[in-house]
Ligand binder design. Structure first.
Ligand code: ZN
Length: 414
């Protein structure tokens, strides 16, 4: 739980809200459908104590909201049609009453979400939206009261059916493509929307640096004329881990590269540089295991109900076999990346590692997770936000990808 807390504490979504305010629209690939009279959320606050905690958000007009609870960890999810968040900086980090933190953002195109983290079992006692009156804005009000675990679990039943249906969408079969078709590469910028990922002391968020990098890498790969390239997300929208896997699978990707940036809270051991991760049941070391837990927590942060790990995909023994084959290819690609980056850029001392990353669990797409660097390290932060560094890193990765496919095609029987 400690790493989870740290993640919440270091993740100020206001930076993104601020960027949206000051940046020209084209730069951030804002969805074109953002209507001019969209609802604006201007402020939010907590009131009350542990006996009754109230969450209040000020809105420019009344909206329909869908409010429900999730367990493990305890959360309140508030879904609404697209809301523009123009909240004051630093909001949502101060605990009060039953609520330890809250965050907000785009959850899916045209759908916004607010997530409240709750410290223990609770009931949503009241939830309503008030019309604006006199000089008061429209207000969303949610009252939480404490309860025991049994009552909480019983209250979850209704919400669960709806949420799990969505989380357990089947992984689609890969399409059949002609043998001479260009390899398809899917780049997966991590996090997004309601889940900012990690962030630096200066408030640079993982979700923005990885998206900016993925766009540069896409352009570089397309320029070779050798690949078809897709991004799992093109803007600041949240995407569940399973949907990222499903996206690559549906495209028939030959390679899936999930792009992240790490944060290491300790000042004593200040790591830096890129690290390449592959999937394995057994983590290569404690740090890798902790990182996988942190990255896998993305869905929980954004309020997606987690399916059991024992569900269809991983348990199925046939898929398991296919996955082993895929894992071998993942490792070959990871070596190719490490080989290319070594000596030409900073690599973490433990450059190639493995752990149980949920986003790498595609049954037949070789998948690698690249941590570009550490937002906790000021030198790395400088690089991660530098256009020049992005160009250079993307160039090196393109060479690694070329190398991987050149070798693969050479091995292929005709
Ligand atoms: Zn991440």
């Amino acid at each position: 739980m400690r790493s989870v807390r740290a993640l919440v504490a270091f993740a100020p979504p206001w930076v993104v809200a601020l960027m949206l305010l000051v940046a020209p629209a084209g730069l951030l690939d804002l969805p074109a459908h953002a209507e001019p009279n969209a609802t604006i959320a201007k402020d939010a606050r907590l009131a009350g104590d542990r006996e009754r905690t109230r969450f209040i958000a000020d809105l420019s007009k009344k909206v329909d909201v869908h409010v429900f609870a999730l367990g493990n960890p305890y959360r309140v999810i508030i879904d609404a049609p697209e809301v523009k968040f123009q909240m004051p900086p630093g909001i949502g980090k101060e605990p009060r009453g039953l609520v330890t933190a809250f965050r907000y953002g785009l959850f899916a195109p045209g759908k916004s979400r607010i997530v409240l983290d709750v410290s223990g079992p609770f009931l949503i006692d009241k939830s309503f939206v008030l019309e604006p009156r006199d000089d008061q804005p429209a207000r969303l009000v949610i009252d939480l009261v404490p309860t025991d675990e049994k009552t909480f679990q019983a209250s979850l039943q209704k919400a669960r059916t709806a949420a799990v249906e969505k989380a357990s969408l089947p992984i689609p079969k890969a399409p059949v493509r002609p043998a001479d078709a260009k390899p398809i590469i899917v780049l997966d910028p991590g996090h997004g929307g309601v889940d900012p990922g990690t962030s630096s002391q200066n408030g640079v968020t993982e979700k923005e640096v990885v998206l900016a990098f993925a766009k540069v890498l896409k352009a570089k790969l397309l320029a070779t004329g050798r690949y078809e390239v897709y991004l799992t997300r093109k803007d600041d929208t949240f995407l569940p881990l399973r949907s990222r896997v499903a996206f690559a699978q549906k495209k028939g990707a030959s390679l899936f590269l999930s792009i992240h940036a790490d944060y290491f809270p300790s000042k004593i051991d200040d790591p830096r540089g890129a690290t390449v991760y592959t999937l394995s049941e057994e983590a290569s070391d404690d740090e890798a295991r902790e990182l996988a837990a942190k990255e896998n927590f993305s869905d929980a942060l954004a309020g997606v109900a987690l399916p059991d790990d024992s569900d269809g995909v991983v348990a199925n023994i046939l898929i398991d076999l296919a996955q082993r084959e895929t894992q071998n290819r993942s490792v070959v690609f990871a070596r190719s990346v490490v080989g290319e980056l070594a000596g030409k850029t900073d690599l973490h001392t433990k450059r190639m590692r493995s752990a149980g990353f949920r986003v790498l669990k595609s049954p037949d797409v070789p998948s690698v997770l690249l941590e570009l660097g550490f937002l906790s390290n000021p030198d790395d932060e400088k690089e991660l936000t530098s256009e020049q560094w992005r160009e250079r890193m993307a160039g090196l990765l393109t060479e690694a990808i070329d190398d991987y496919f050149a070798k693969r095609i050479a091995r292929m029987p005709f």
